[in-house]
Design a protein around this ligand. Structure first.
Ligand code: NDP
Length: 327
């Protein structure tokens, strides 16, 4: 089987590709430049991996040629999306590439690749509720709920733009399937914050925004960074993408992925317990402080259909920190 994956350079995508190659799949990844593609060829060193350059996501027909060129591909994983909160123009740089990019790629698949029968879209837990609801601790939504953010609110700042972009793009994907009745079925993966090591050493690439959160605790000196949320390891997120297209019952389903909550202090406590040599450089904070966050959310599909044996926050943080220290 050949799998096409957009945004192949990404933190999550690189883990998906590694796992696909280990399972014997052929993988064609889309990247924004030849240089980025060649970088990946060196990282994966596997003749089953190749890349195609698609410089702009939010352009009608951007994927047409790539799809025509790979008639053996039967699966498309759409992971490419701006995963940053700091941009010049919230609408132009985050919302439009996510939303229009998703609509256009699905249209191209329908028109030029009828042999593609499974599409998995990388959404986010942010598409299932507002940040206030999810971080509030009482959140009972998830696979059956949506973030109520409006388009206007999403333009207010980079964080809102990101949450809105994931919500609007995922909704557009489900609408497309319902209205256009393409040859493929859709599944979406809705992870919390993804932590864990980079597939290739971080030197080759800037840390993406979620991995940066773990690094921010390692680099803290005076106070504990005010971060918190639902956590999932990137390797589990990758596994879920693959199970989602391999499993019959996953078709037409949303999958919320998170197995615990974190804050700056929980990450700090894990670092201090596992790397005592770093203790003196780091702030103390309030060790053992309790964490609030979503614990009663709806992830029934993920639990019953994908049955992931989740990697713990401790292992995830330790593996990330080890990789950073080794450099
Ligand atoms: P990365 O920033 O590592 O990856 C993002 C990928 O999308 C890169 O390949 C990037 O290409 C590409 N991309 C970004 N903007 C554009 C654009 N305008 N046009 C074309 N390609 C673009 O982040 P992640 O791996 O974390 O994110 C991957 C997906 O997972 C995203 O859809 C994100 O929303 C989602 N997600 C991530 C979570 C997390 O905690 N990390 C949690 C929930 C969902 P390039 O390398 O060229 O910049």
């Amino acid at each position: 089987t050949t799998v096409l994956i957009s945004g192949a350079t990404g933190f999550i995508a690189q883990h998906i590709i590694s796992q696909l190659l280990a399972k014997g799949y052929k993988v064609v990844g889309s990247v924004r430049s030849t240089q980025k593609g060649e970088g990946l060829v060196k990282i994966f060193e596997n003749s089953n991996f190749s890349y195609e350059v698609v410089p702009i996501l939010e352009k009608e027909g951007a994927f047409d040629e790539v799809l025509k060129k790979h008639p053996s591909a039967t699966v498309f994983l759409h992971t490419a999306s701006p995963a940053t909160f700091e941009v010049e123009d919230n609408e132009k740089d985050i919302i439009i590439p996510a939303l229009e990019g998703t609509k256009f790629v699905l249209k191209s698949i329908k028109e030029h690749a009828p042999q593609i029968t499974r599409v998995v879209y990388t959404s986010s837990m942010a598409a299932t509720g507002t940040a206030a609801e999810i971080l509030g601790g009482e959140f009972k939504g998830g696979e059956d709920t949506w973030n109520s953010i409006t388009y206007e609110q999403s333009k207010e700042n980079g964080f809102n733009a990101y949450c809105g972009s994931k919500t609007f793009a995922e909704k557009a994907a489900w609408d497309f399937v319902e209205k256009e009745k393409p040859n493929f079925t859709l599944s979406t993966i809705n992870p919390g914050y993804a932590f864990g090591p980079q597939n290739a050493a971080p030197k080759t690439r800037e840390l993406n925004s979620s991995a940066q959160m773990v690094a921010s605790v390692l680099n803290a000196t005076d106070s504990v960074p005010p971060i918190s949320g639902p956590f999932v390891d990137v390797r589990d997120v990758a596994k879920a993408h693959i199970s989602a297209f391999e499993t019959e019952k996953a078709q037409g389903k949303r999958f919320v992925l998170s197995n615990s909550v974190f804050n700056g202090q929980t990450i700090l406590d894990i670092i201090v317990a596992n790397f005592p040599q770093l203790k003196d450089k780091l702030p103390t904070g309030t060790p053992g402080v309790s964490v609030s966050g979503p614990t009663a959310f709806n992830d029934k599909n993920a639990k019953s259909i994908l049955s992931i044996d989740y990697i713990s926050l401790e292992k995830s943080v330790v593996d990330s920190i080890k990789q950073i220290i080794d450099l």
